[in-house]
Design a protein around this ligand. Structure first.
Ligand SMILES: C/C(=C\CNc1ncnc2c1ncn2[C@@H]1O[C@H](COP(=O)(O)O)[C@@H](O)[C@H]1O)CO
Length: 299
């Protein structure tokens, strides 16, 4: 038996030998799905009994047998393989931005505080982190951290205990840590880059405590964004002169000396030893905030 391929407009697009494959039940009689996904009518050319509409497209005879979008949506895909494809990931990434923007839009003035996930609770930098959180709240800022342990926990603790808005932007890691207990408004991210956007978009400046690769990554991203004027009026304050001095010396002695950065770029960083100085600098450099409270609504 022979059959023909037919476009939705009803033009014949060429012969084919068919009687193969599954025959979907359609309102107009049976059809056969071709390898290119179109449907062709059987040779006996079922008469047009109905026209199926699919958005702006009209489908008749065999073409009308194409599965409906709804039924494809509701059909279980036993493999679940599509969730490991890039188009699906794009949607997941988009959902992280939607969730982040939606949750943080009303946050008000905020400062992101970075620092090592490994800072012990009995360390002087943990105490300084707590004081930073507390002083930021007293100055009218919400405190945003990575929501993890160490310096992040310290800043969240200070902010929470001072009655401010304590935000944690957690990251999914192979070794599950969970959000520290001092986070009152937490969002978990799968993707570092989506999370990093939130640190910058919803903060008026950065305070950076001693840290490792993660902290350096966040610090250098912020410096690049300020250097390239992707963000403006964005103070970056490093706490811990002894810890950061060798890095600053290297930046000065090598990067500046070799001309890979300019004098102006170097001035992006401010180096201090106390929470008080750090908060004074960010407060002086950012617009004066209205004081948000922990009760501020976020939907
Ligand atoms: C490695 C350990 C815990 C990991 N947990 C983290 N949770 C949330 N955020 C994290 C975590 N680790 C790194 N970060 C981010 O990077 C910065 C700290 O990284 P560093 O390498 O420790 O300096 C921090 O600001 C977070 O945004 C505990 O063993």
């Amino acid at each position: 038996m022979s059959s023909f391929q037919q476009s939705p407009a009803g033009e014949h697009t060429g012969p084919s030998s068919a009687d193969d494959g599954a025959v979907p039940a359609t309102p107009d009689g049976p059809g056969v799905q071709a390898t290119n996904g179109t449907y062709r009518a059987r040779a006996n050319g079922a008469p047009v009994r109905a026209t199926r509409h699919k958005g702006p497209v009209e489908l008749r005879r065999g073409q009308a047998g194409a599965p409906q979008s709804d039924s494809m949506l509701l059909d279980a895909d036993p493999s679940g393989g599509f969730t490991r494809t890039d188009p699906w990931r794009v949607l997941r990434i988009q959902s992280e931005f939607v969730e982040g923007f939606g949750t943080l839009a009303d946050l008000g003035p905020a400062i992101s505080v970075f620092g090592s996930a490994r800072t012990p609770r009995d360390s002087s930098f943990y105490a300084i982190g707590e004081e930073v959180g507390r002083r930021l709240v007293d100055a009218g800022y919400a405190v945003i951290t990575g929501g993890g342990p160490g310096a992040m926990e310290a800043a969240n603790k200070g902010a929470c205990e001072a009655g401010g808005v304590s935000v944690g932007l957690g990251i999914e890691l192979p070794f599950e840590q969970g959000m520290n207990e001092w986070v009152d408004l937490g969002i978990n991210f799968r993707y570092f880059f989506a999370r990093k956007t939130m640190f910058v978009k919803y903060a008026n400046g950065f305070i950076v405590l001693p840290g490792g690769f993660g902290t350096l990554d966040e610090l250098f991203e912020a410096m690049t964004l300020v250097q390239t004027r992707k963000v403006t009026s964005f103070p970056i304050v490093l706490i811990g002169v002894d810890y950061w001095r060798p890095l600053i010396d290297w930046i000065e002695g090598t990067l500046l000396a070799e001309g890979t950065i300019s004098e102006k770029d170097l001035s992006l960083l401010q180096l201090v030893d106390t929470a008080e100085e750090a908060v004074r600098i960010v407060a002086a450099t950012t617009r004066h905030p209205e004081a948000p409270t922990a009760a501020s609504g976020h939907s």
